[in-house]
Design a protein around this ligand. Structure first.
Ligand code: ACO
Length: 428
């Protein structure tokens, strides 16, 4: 294969380097095109634009493949823990037992959140969406750790910011839940592992400690692992873009949390449950809602279906569907919306509209059903996604800084008015 592409514009030929990834993915490097030809490339929604080279996550949407640092997601979900996967994503290799122990202890040591942050929490009304609280409190961490604002942080300082965020996000996430139900917050307990600690902070109350159920801990580990990274998606690109201006890790991740909140992205897990509830309340006729989703005059979309990059199946959805079955049967829960979800999936997978457009259930389709079974309220679902995605955001932010990437700044094609003369207000 030639190591350059040839582009002919207005009769002139330009040679553009070809970049090939380790999985043989190919790209044309157009970074010099504008300077040489005056042309930019236009790609609304970045459907075909690579923004970086990255060694963190590989995914092949056509084949339904996803791996973190070379390890298939199926194996990680089966054999690993969320903290181990976080180490893998952030530092690039699986930890030894001693490294994992040290990493886990460092996270535990930083789980307490400055008591002054509770005053900020207290300012939120109880109806505040927990994602808004999460984003605001993560951004507020810059005020408590102003050294994080230094754009020339040493490796150790950067590392400390990353550990602090890994530790404190679960505490803040549990706070955001306690704010909505008006209960006293719980402090973390160092004797507990990461997932058990989070469940304790969510569900213990002054009258009794949360009894940790291994089925629930196992399901939570799986869910967090499956969400831990997904290369250059909307929120991760946001984190990298904000970070490229040398904004702090906390501000960058806070922006990522806001991007994740949107219903077309991580907010879809909440939207799926709301949709399934709506179908149930309407009599449970899934066919009617499939028809609505196909009707171009109807704004209704099948939430949890379709994906920008998966055009075969989402490998995470397969694991989550099985986990949903396992968790519900282990906990002895019969959730009628699980049946509606399965009917909807079956109907959609046999319908030409969905087949032609390659629309399959995505990671969000079944995750909400598991969260519900674990006792997590609907408004907290996207917070759970953020908790899972955090090591990915951190790893991507770190990689962007270590690769010394330039500030992100897309171009545009202007289609507005040509220069015109200002008209004084009395003459308009
Ligand atoms: N229901 C009905 N039709 C759909 C759906 C859906 N969920 N998703 C896509 N389509 C249709 C579109 O109308 C379009 O049809 P057309 O070609 O006739 O115009 C075609 O399928 C392609 O869809 P696009 O919107 O162009 O695909 P895009 O890649 O831009 O969007 C997205 C992907 C946002 C995920 C979309 O599929 C969607 O809105 N899904 C529902 C929301 C959702 O589940 N989001 C979570 C994604 S996973 C995540 O972010 C963690």
């Amino acid at each position: 294969m030639s190591d350059f592409a040839e582009l002919i514009l207005e009769g002139k030929s330009y040679k553009l380097p070809i970049v090939v990834g380790t999985e043989d993915e190919k790209a044309i490097d157009i970074s010099s095109l504008r300077a040489e030809s005056g042309f930019i490339t236009l790609d609304s929604g970045y459907k075909n634009t690579g923004a970086t080279t990255s060694a963190i996550t590989y995914l092949d949407g056509e084949e339904g493949i996803l791996s973190y640092r070379g390890y298939p997601i199926e194996e990680l979900a089966e054999k690993s823990s969320f903290i181990e996967v976080s180490y893998l994503l952030i530092y690039g290799s699986l930890p030894t037992a001693a490294e994992l122990d040290a990493f886990s202890k460092r996270i535990k040591r930083h789980m307490l959140v400055n008591e002054d942050m509770r005053k900020i929490l207290d300012g939120f009304p109880s109806a505040a969406h927990p994602m808004g609280i999460l984003s605001a409190l993560v951004s507020s961490l810059t005020a408590f750790y102003p050294e994080s604002l230094k754009s020339n942080q040493t490796k150790d300082e950067m590392d400390l910011s990353m550990i602090r965020l890994m530790a404190k996000l679960s505490t803040i996430a549990a706070w955001s839940f306690k704010n909505s139900n008006g209960q006293r917050i719980n402090y973390p307990k160092n004797k507990l592992d990461y997932c058990s600690n989070f469940l304790h902070m969510m569900f213990s109350d002054p009258t009794e400690d949360y009894e940790v159920n291994p089925v629930v801990v196992d399901a939570l580990n799986k869910l967090l692992i499956l969400h831990a990274d997904h290369e250059q998606n909307c929120s991760t690109s946001t984190v990298r873009l904000v970070g490229s201006a040398h904004a702090s890790l906390y501000s960058s991740v806070s922006a990522g949390i806001s991007a994740l909140w949107g219903p077309l992205h991580g907010g879809a897990n909440q939207a799926v449950i709301e949709m399934l509830e709506q179908i149930k309340a309407d009599g449970g006729d899934s066919k009617k809602f499939i028809a609505k989703a196909k009707d171009k005059n109807d704004p209704f979309r099948l939430m949890g279906f379709g994906h920008r990059v998966y055009k075969n199946f989402d490998p995470r959805a397969k694991i989550i569907k099985k986990t949903a079955d396992d968790v519900l049967s282990a906990l002895g829960i019969k959730d009628p919306i699980l049946n509606i979800a399965k009917e909807l999936e079956q109907a959609a997978l046999t319908d030409p509209y969905f087949i032609e457009r390659k629309l399959y259930p995505n990671v969000d389709f079944y995750s909400g059903i598991i969260y519900r079974a674990l006792g997590i309220p609907t408004e907290m679902f996207t917070v759970m996604f953020a908790l899972g995605r955090l090591p990915g955001w951190i790893a991507q932010w770190k990689e962007m800084r270590e690769q010394k990437e330039p500030i992100g700044r897309p171009r545009q094609i202007y289609v507005g008015e040509n220069t015109r003369k200002y008209v004084p207000i009395e003459e308009r």
